[in-house]
Design a protein around this ligand. Structure first.
Ligand code: BG6
Ligand code: MG
Length: 216
């Protein structure tokens, strides 16, 4: 193994919670309430596709024109950006900074593969831009997770074969993308949800090189 490629939202920081709050507010406005269980199906999924899934849930997929859907997605994003604007280095999830340092010291390449167009902004606010050798975000990929493109691009930029990469994800779609890329999948979250991951840690405090490598 030569590289670790991290998802951002829900792995490096708890911004997955803010995505949930912003989508839930929009859903309520559209009379499409949903719970955390449905939200699991939105994690890792692009902004446009998330909106489509919410509209489908409410049987409203035909109710809006393309322009109206763009406005709805923009509204959600403005709400999300207002929620994340106060993110600071204190919001890096526990154990992540120590793990990133451990990886750097051990000579691993470190990448990020995020489905978010806000990834660079969030990473900058967390003070972690320099911690990653390369960041691939939604702005530069055509296909969103569970398609492997974002992970494959990150591996290529790091100069590492996919089979020598370990992907770290909190989303079902993300774990699928890691596997589709031919990488080893570390899940962060509920093992009953992330059933396809090769190994699951319930939270980021479990992330150490030893804890991961013993499972490979
Ligand atoms: C992913 C999140 O990282 O990014 C999703 O898990 C989110 O919940 C997606 O919808 C797109 O994010 P953004 O910031 O481009 O709307
Ligand atoms: Mg995520």
């Amino acid at each position: 193994m030569k590289a670790f490629i991290f998802d951002l939202d829900g792995v490096i920081t708890d911004s997955a919670e803010y995505h949930y709050l912003a989508w839930r507010a929009l859903g309520e406005e559209l009379s499409i309430p949903f719970d955390r269980e449905f939200n699991e199906t939105l994690k890792g999924v692009s902004r446009t596709e998330s909106l489509e899934r919410i509209l489908r849930l409410g049987g409203r997929e035909k109710d809006f024109s393309t322009e109206e859907k763009e406005r709805l997605a923009t509204k959600k994003n403005e709400h999300y950006v207002s929620l994340i604007k106060n993110i600071t280095p204190d919001d890096v999830l526990p154990g992540i900074e120590a793990f990133l340092s451990e990886l750097k010291q051990a000579g691993y390449k470190i990448g990020m593969a995020s489905a978010s167009k806000n990834a660079l902004m969030v990473t900058r606010q967390l003070g972690l831009l320099d911690a990653f050798d390369h960041i691939v975000d939604a702005a530069t990929v055509a296909q969103s997770k569970p398609h492997p493109e974002v992970f494959l691009k990150a591996a290529e930029a790091l100069g590492v074969e996919p089979k020598a990469c370990i992907g770290v994800e909190d989303a079902v779609a993300g774990v699928e993308a890691i596997h589709a890329a031919g990488m080893f999948a570390v899940g962060i979250g509920d093992p009953a949800v992330l059933t396809e991951a090769n190994i699951v840690f319930t939270d980021t405090t479990g992330l150490t090189l030893d804890n991961v490598l013993t499972h490979i």
